[in-house]
Design a protein around this ligand. Structure first.
Ligand code: PLP
Length: 402
């Protein structure tokens, strides 16, 4: 592609824009991972991630992409032949279920239409039939990155508990962690899977498991073969800030900086509000364009990305190509069965009002250039909303000073 001045707009729903502060932190010299200095870094990252997951339990960090942490959640808690429930709510939910099948788990993939979240009543019916407690785990993706649909994790736990069923609850938060409200302990999750390259504003390469006491107990019974992903050795050596194998030292520098920014400086609740605001502004733009949001139920709209349905006869790949070529912006593609039909606007991570305005400008100009039927004015609807929100937050700040 021809040279393009200025910053590329990376508006896929992860990997996300990495702040310069984090790049500078990663840029420090690699140190001895068995030194006292490293132990301080390891301990700070492990402790800080507990705040992000909202847990008092163990968190482990793998030098791996999110898929590795998916695998760790399964191989540490389950045994070959165990029954698990998964929901066909999107590309990533289906991929995780496929991985489970690969480990000889008996996966009951409950059908869904991808435009709605997992249905707790569907889960209730399955668990109620299982009086022998053959079902060992329920797997749910909190925020389905392919569809922009949020799943109600607390409702899943309530359903399991209301039947006094002992199934573990395994949750993927790869595209919601540190962007959308998430509470590992309060929602009774047994294993939460996270990744570095989205809300945490880091490059890809770290992934996480937050682990409940019940999941630790299950890991002692698990017969699944495992080595690299073993929790027990990891947790034991983590107590001193170290890792059982060579960690991603430089990404951990980045993680320590990200935790400072998200937890100490902005505050997680403010991070969530910022993501909610950008998601709402995006949806207002999409509605003003006369396009359809892929997620059907307003209570399930994702705050980290918005998937937009193309008008019939128009292909998202062509639109994204026009936008990339003309405006140097990457948007998310449609995945598997919605390829060609849906494009995704990522509005998560290191992101502010003007970056969102620029993103939406790129989409609106692309719709025009690509000849996609739409109404103009989406950007100005988003601007009106962002301005109103800024006015309200200035008024709140002034009254707090009085
Ligand atoms: N789960 C979700 C919800 C994701 O969005 C992704 C990647 O985008 C994955 C799992 C897989 O993670 P990774 O590509 O980091 O291995």
């Amino acid at each position: 592609m021809a040279y393009q001045a200025g910053r590329h707009f990376l508006q896929i729903p992860g990997p996300t824009n990495v702040p310069d502060r984090i790049l500078r932190a990663i840029d420090n010299p690699t140190i001895d991972h068995r030194s006292a200095d490293f132990a301080g870094l390891g301990a700070a990252c492990l402790e800080g991630m507990k705040a992000v997951f909202k847990t008092r339990g163990d968190v482990v960090i793998f030098p791996a992409s999110g898929t590795g942490a998916w695998e760790a959640a399964l191989v540490n808690t389950l045994s070959p032949g165990d029954q698990v429930i998964a929901f066909d709510t999107g590309h990533f939910a289906a991929l995780w279920a496929k991985m489970a099948k690969g480990f000889d788990l008996k996966v009951d993939l409950l059908p869904g239409d991808w435009r709605r979240g997992a249905d707790p009543e569907q889960l209730r019916a399955k668990l109620a039939e299982d009086t022998a407690h053959e079902i060992k785990a329920v797997m749910v993706v909190h925020n389905e990155t392919s569809t922009g649909v949020e799943n109600d994790i607390a409702a899943m736990r309530k359903t399991i508990d209301s039947l006094r069923h002992p199934a573990l609850l395994l949750v993927d938060t790869i595209s919601s962690l540190a962007s959308m409200d998430y509470r590992h302990d309060e929602w009774g999750v047994d294993v939460t899977v996270g990744g570095s390259q989205k809300g945490l504003m880091l490059p890809p390469g770290l992934s996480f498991n937050a682990i409940s006491g019940k999941a630790i107990a299950a890991s002692k019974r698990s017969l699944m073969p495992k080595s690299y992903w073993r929790w027990d050795e990891m947790i034991e050596i983590n107590r001193k800030g170290f890792f059982p194998y060579t960690p991603s030292t430089n990404l951990l520098y980045g993680l320590r900086e990200a935790l400072k920014m998200l937890v100490e400086e902005e505050g997680l609740e403010n991070v969530f509000k910022r993501h909610d605001r950008h998601a709402e502004a995006t949806r207002r733009a999409v509605s003003a364009w006369g396009l359809e949001i892929f997620a059907e139920s307003p209570g399930e709209f994702s705050s980290s990305l918005t998937a937009v349905l193309m008008p019939p006869g128009y292909n998202e790949a062509e639109l994204r190509e026009v936008i990339l070529r003309n405006f140097n912006m990457s948007l998310g593609s449609g995945l598997s069965k919605i390829a060609g039909k849906v494009f995704r606007i990522g509005h998560l991570g290191y992101f502010n009002d003007l970056m969102l305005a620029g993103t939406l400008c790129g989409v609106e100009m692309g719709l025009e250039l690509g000849g996609v039927p739409h109404r103009s004015g989406g950007v100005s609807e988003a601007m009106k909303y962002l301005t109103m929100q800024a006015k309200e937050s200035s008024a709140t700040a002034v009254s707090a000073q009085k």
